[in-house]
Design a protein around this ligand. Structure first.
Ligand code: GAP
Length: 484
């Protein structure tokens, strides 16, 4: 895998563009192009279908301690500022940054990345290794983006763009319990944008300042929480393999105790060997955290005083800020046993952009295939899982005459009712196949001279290059069964 080639293909074929590119771009922000938007939608849709809509397909549930329910939410990005105080983000969601004051450098680094960062001065060294390096002491930098609500713009109007979708789920726990018939154990899922003012956004979309998360908060009885934690670790790991990531490039890594977030009693990361990392290094795709009852308890305890919120900061006995919770009862009563308890939470938290990037990297392949004259040539193809491929099929009339385009267009219209399809009648057929291979279209359907005689078409497989004849009348059902 060559990251430069992948980035270049993404731009050339319309998967990803730099945000505001015509103005020189904006660091840490990206736009998905016509194919990228389809790919990312497919990633999110596959996740939602598997985790929420059809979560209890029996074949996908090995290892579940009991049957469970799933439901969804779509919460606002800007929430009451007290949410972030109570959640701990206001005080604790920060990285330590270091600046270099040296002339010609003036760069900013994350303190924990100093060992792997490169100094922009050439020949490249690690920050601090040049004589001229002049690094500051590390300073805390909160990653939440601030914004202002309303016209006055005073400190009281300050709010934050959410840095995770999870809190919207916690603060709606009671609403979901009261408005639906879900019973513990159950999960609430949400897909949506999150924002983090990353000190050093880098590695394409891997670390951006605006990104999408696919999160589940799974509420269970404290006694069974460890089993559910194991279940979700395994289930989420398998999901990436099922969608084409090579097992050898994936790992499930337990956090060391000093790595755990302030809320977590156990976390495992699903990591992928992204091509921009050094040999043997892995980057996080998803974290599965055992959050205990930290969030529900925090949002429950105390009483919110609307007049003093959001600015009031009380000091606890230990001198640390203590924020008031909502005072609402967020416990759960089991109506069979009458037991009342605060559910424990297992949180599988995935990044839609990181998953999309991993699928892009994994798909990139070069092989040898014959061109129009039968000569072997290097071919670039994107071996997407058919479920994720942006275009499921392409319809190609061999020539632009003899009624072939008319048949092809009719087939194209029929296929388009089912899924995204491409129509292409320009250029030599070999070149048209290559264009489809490069965007990862799993099947090409060619209308040729035989179609006119016996009403069959050629169905070409992107990966094996195998070509079979299929009846024109059967081709929609055939492609549909293959891509679903
Ligand atoms: N609610 C828990 C939570 O947000 P996290 O590990 O901070 O946990 C979860 O984030 C996932 O979100 C990560 O595994 C990653 O896939 C994605 N993510 C986090 N920060 C990101 C960033 N700056 N750019 C792209 N994706 C990011």
């Amino acid at each position: 895998m060559d990251m430069e080639k992948i980035v270049s293909l993404c731009r050339r074929r319309g998967f990803l563009f730099q945000s505001s590119e015509i103005y020189g771009g904006l660091n840490g922000f990206w736009d998905y192009g016509p194919l990228g938007v389809e790919l990312k939608r497919n990633v999110k849709e596959a996740w939602w279908q598997d985790m929420v809509a059809r979560h209890d397909d029996i074949s996908t549930l090995p290892g579940a301690p009991a049957s469970y329910e799933m439901t969804g939410l779509d919460c606002s990005i800007i929430m009451h500022p007290q949410v972030w105080k109570v959640s701990g983000h206001y005080d604790l969601f920060s990285d330590r940054m270091v600046d270099c004051r040296a002339d010609g450098c003036k760069s900013r680094f994350r303190e924990d990345h100093l060992g792997t960062s490169e100094c922009p001065l050439k020949p490249s060294k690690k920050p601090g290794e040049f004589k001229a390096c002049d690094l500051t002491e590390a300073r805390e930098f909160n990653l939440m983006f601030k914004t202002i609500i309303g016209a006055m713009g005073t400190k009281d109007d300050e709010a934050f763009l959410r840095p995770e979708t999870a809190q919207g789920i916690f603060v709606n726990f009671k609403n979901v319990c009261d408005s639906t018939r879900v019973k513990v154990p159950f999960g609430i899922a949400q897909v949506g944008k999150s924002f983090r003012n990353e000190i050093t956004p880098r590695n394409f979309t891997f670390r951006s300042r605006e990104f999408e998360q696919m999160e589940i908060e799974f509420f269970c009885h404290p006694k069974t929480s460890k089993e559910w934690y194991q279940f979700w670790r395994n289930r989420r790991f398998q999901w990436y393999i099922d969608h084409g990531l090579a097992e050898g490039r994936l790992q499930l890594r337990d956090h060391d105790p000093d790595e755990l977030s302030h809320y977590s009693t156990g976390t495992a990361d699903i990591e992928y060997a992204f091509p921009f990392l050094a040999e043997g290094e892995f980057g996080e795709l998803e974290g599965i955290a055992h959050r205990g009852d930290f969030d529900l308890r925090s949002h429950m305890e105390g009483k919110l005083d609307p007049k003093s919120c959001p600015l009031e900061v009380e000091k606890g006995e230990d001198g640390k800020p203590l924020y008031k919770g909502s005072g609402r009862d967020l416990t759960y009563r089991d109506d069979q046993t009458n037991e009342r308890f605060t559910p424990h939470v297992i949180e599988p938290s995935a990044g839609a952009d990181r998953a999309t990037l991993a699928f892009l990297c994994e798909a990139y392949t070069e092989d040898e295939a014959p061109d129009d004259k039968g000569n072997m040539k290097t071919r670039t193809l994107m071996k997407f899982h058919p479920r994720l491929a942006p275009m499921k099929a392409a319809v190609l009339p061999l020539v632009k005459k003899d009624g072939m385009p008319e048949i092809a267009r009719e087939l194209y219209r029929a296929l388009k009712q089912k899924f995204p399809v491409f129509y292409d009648e320009k250029g030599a057929i070999g070149r048209r196949y290559r264009r489809q291979d490069e965007i990862g279209t799993p099947y090409c359907i060619t209308i040729d001279g035989d179609t006119l005689k016996d009403k069959t078409v050629t169905l070409r497989d992107r990966d094996s290059l195998e070509q079979i004849r299929v009846k024109l009348d059967d081709v929609v059902a055939e492609v549909e069964s293959r891509v679903r």
